[in-house]
Design a protein around this ligand. Structure first.
Ligand SMILES: NC(=O)c1ccc[n+]([C@@H]2O[C@H](COP(=O)([O-])OP(=O)(O)OC[C@H]3O[C@@H](n4cnc5c(N)ncnc54)[C@H](OP(=O)(O)O)[C@@H]3O)[C@@H](O)[C@H]2O)c1
Length: 309
């Protein structure tokens, strides 16, 4: 079967022939229709993710995919061949950018009829991160104001819509055509981060969702009200506990984990609330190189998807 794999860290992933995966008793074999990329995939390829996940090479790229169940292990009762599923694999296991992929049966959720396979594949990491960072960690409430850094990206495009639909006032940072995108997705106020320093005119927000890190996070503590909450997904930027204390705010990191119950909640919310799954581009596997360079550019508007069949 075709799969996009690396055999050593820092190799450019390439489309190659790979053996079909074996199915363990508690796993399902999925005929993959669509796969989405995340910045985590670049960390797997660079080897940085090997500090946090147990990775065996060669590894197939991507944790997020959707397709049709082809076969189930002997202990699997909740899925049968022909079911349409969204799967969220652990970054340490071989991934979903292949014609066939195996995942634990417990790592799949049903693909709602309102979503295409490409939209379903785009949800696991980005949608769950946006949802749980906003509502499980920051505990964003209707009527509160949230500042979302990186509103036009994969996580941000979900976060802007989730926060807007929850009745929060949304301020989002973006640039270029990302400004129009975040406005369309429901941002009440849009800041061009390349032209304006948000910290000079944003103040007293209840929540900051930091999807950028670095000095953007550094300037975010001061724009929170006393008692406000900063949640960051930017693993490369340690939280500034001293700044949090000085400004009387809380600061937390969010790390996505592939739990199906979490994914189920997010997929149901997307289905019921009519959330748009924003797709930056959807390319066939033969054009993987283009998708990969778009991911590593850090400029995506929504999600980058690769179609397999
Ligand atoms: N901890 C976790 O579990 C977890 C889970 C998911 C994601 N993440 C992390 O969260 C971050 C966002 O993930 P993602 O999937 O949304 O990435 P992404 O899709 O690659 O995000 C790209 C977007 O970021 C915007 N951006 C870049 N620099 C910016 C800045 N200084 N201010 C505002 N926007 C900026 C870009 O807009 P421009 O083109 O206009 O610059 C682009 O639209 C990444 O660092 C990722 O590694 C962590």
């Amino acid at each position: 079967m075709k799969a996009v794999r690396i055999h050593a860290y820092n190799e450019t992933p390439t489309v190659e022939d790979a053996p079909n995966p074996e199915v363990a008793d508690d796993e399902v074999l999925v005929r993959v229709q669509a796969t989405a990329l995340n910045p985590l995939d670049a960390l797997v390829v660079s080897g940085i993710a090997a500090n946090f996940f147990s990775i065996t090479l060669p590894i197939t790229v991507s944790t997020d995919f959707a397709g049709i169940v082809e076969r189930v292990g002997s202990a699997v009762t909740q899925w049968k061949p022909g079911d349409a599923v969204i799967a969220w694999a652990d970054a340490g296991t071989s991934g979903g950018l292949a014609e066939f992929a195996v995942v634990p049966a417990s790592a799949c959720v049903a693909l709602p009829s309102s979503l295409s396979a490409a939209e379903g594949a785009a949800i696991p990491t980005a949608g769950s991160t946006a949802w749980h960072a906003l509502f499980s960690v920051a505990k964003l409430q209707a009527g509160e104001t949230v500042l979302i850094h990186g509103g036009a990206g994969g996580v941000g495009s979900f976060a802007v819509q989730f926060a807007h639909k929850a009745g929060a006032r949304v301020i989002a940072t973006a640039s270029g055509d990302g400004l129009e995108l975040v406005r369309r997705l429901g941002a009440d106020e849009v800041i061009d981060y390349k032209a304006q320093n948000f910290a000079t005119f944003v103040s007293d927000v209840d929540v900051v969702l930091d999807l950028v890190g670095g000095e953007t996070q550094g300037r975010s503590y001061e724009v929170l009200r006393k008692g406000g909450r900063l949640v960051s997904t930017a693993a490369g930027t340690p939280l500034d506990e001293a700044a949090a204390k000085a400004y009387g705010v809380s600061a937390s990191m969010f790390y996505a984990k592939p739990f199906a119950d979490r994914l189920n909640e997010v997929v149901a919310a997307i289905h019921e609330q009519g959330i748009e799954v924003v797709i930056d581009r959807n390319v066939p596997i033969e054009e993987f190189d283009e998708a990969w360079s778009r991911l590593t550019s850090g400029r995506a508007r929504g999600k980058i998807v690769i179609t397999l069949s």
